[in-house]
Write a protein that binds this ligand. Sequence first.
Ligand code: SF4
Length: 502
Amino acid sequence: MKGPQTGRFPVAEQTGRKHQETDADSGKDGRMNTKYCGHIITGVAPGSIGEELELEPGDVLLTIDGNEIEDIFDYDYLTDSDRFVMLVQKADGEEWELEIESGGEDMGLTFENGLMSEYRSCRNKCIFCFIDQMPPGMRETLYFKDDDSRLSFLQGNYVTLTNMSDRDIERIIRFHLAPINISVQTMNPELRCQMLNNRFAGEALKKIDRLYEAGTEMNGQIVLCKGINDGAELEYSLGRLSAYAPCMQSVSVVPVGLSRYRDGLCRLEPFTKEDACEVIDRIERWQKVLYQKHGLHFVHASDEWYILAERELPEEARYDGYLQLENGVGMLRLLYEEVTDALEGKTDDGKCEELSIATGFLAYPYIGRLLERITSVYPGRTIHLYPIRNDFFGESITVAGLLTGTDLVAQLQGKRLGSRLLLSASMFKNGEAVFLDDMTKEQAEARLKVPIHIIKSGGNDFVEAILDPGVAGRQTAEHANYELMPDSAERAEEQEWMADPD
Ligand code: SF4
């Protein structure tokens, strides 16, 4: 690594100027009218340029090259340069002007808020919004309706484009941010206004054209509502969206989630097995056409459709490298393939243990099949698998990620759990051993009288957690970034290459 050349010049020493508050009213592009206070540094990585410059937690970044920093993307853009000047305010109020030659190397600084800005909330009132279907009394953060395009790039969130200005779109293009994940729902502008309860929602679709013209990579999502945007409307939307391929890389179609808290909300019907078959047939017809044309299957039905239709999941090659795992598209197929890879060439270790796993009804039959394969190699493991009904949100909610500790404990009490209970990390708050209803892992352990081990999402983690209590005990509730195992990643690369050998 080439060492950075840096220089530190406290402003007070150079100019005699003492600390003075900066006022954003004088901002160059006039984008902020409130008093600009800078960004508080909360961490300085050891050995980083920031440490070399003697920056410390509590220091405040004021400007870079005279520009105020709107958010993390401004910061990344302005620091991704061979040379720049950073103005920092120290704890004693002194300002340091730092001339930095970093060669583009990361400064090693973290800030109070990862986005370096307030999150933008949404301006819609979608007829299918799950947040509107949550009971009162849950933790406050669960009710926050974000619709912030910046979180699309940082966390993969889907955004409706309804609260983005033309300037926001131009920033995405200028900073080469990609891919942007878009909640499309329908390409019919009038219908989109109705579904999002926002009169500007149809007009916002034009922003997709601008992103397409600029070559910005996109992914789309359609939350399907029965009798509203399915059937001929879905056909129309897929036709329109396919014109953006391959710049738009994928479109997922997911069924609306309906909890039992829908009083006063738009009446929506659950999908039936026949509906699911029709949706899959339509999607698979489009896949054939688009694969011929672009080498991409492009449109994908989420795992729930295949389970509802009682059909086999598509083979791995049809997921185009798993572009929409976060939307539940291909998760079960990937888990199956990764478990297969993890078991390859393995023989029995001769150990015996009785243990248990609990999951939602959605994954239950598939997890059962995986356990059969694992115990066929390791017959000494006796694994009890329990599906947990979602009494909290209603039985139609079947994913593990929306189960509560209360339902888990109530339904497992008195059951044979063996020496430990394994639960998916998705059942916990990201990074914390706390269920959706704020019950802690320790409280559930005390009520069930069994240690709980958290399993990360990968197939290898799953197999290891079953075979080795020591490894399982070290896995955390950190939600996966959906990093593919090397074998899966290699296969995904091969598939991408086959789709586009250039
Ligand atoms: S965009 Fe729609 S679905 Fe998303 S949070 Fe807002 S109202 Fe809910």
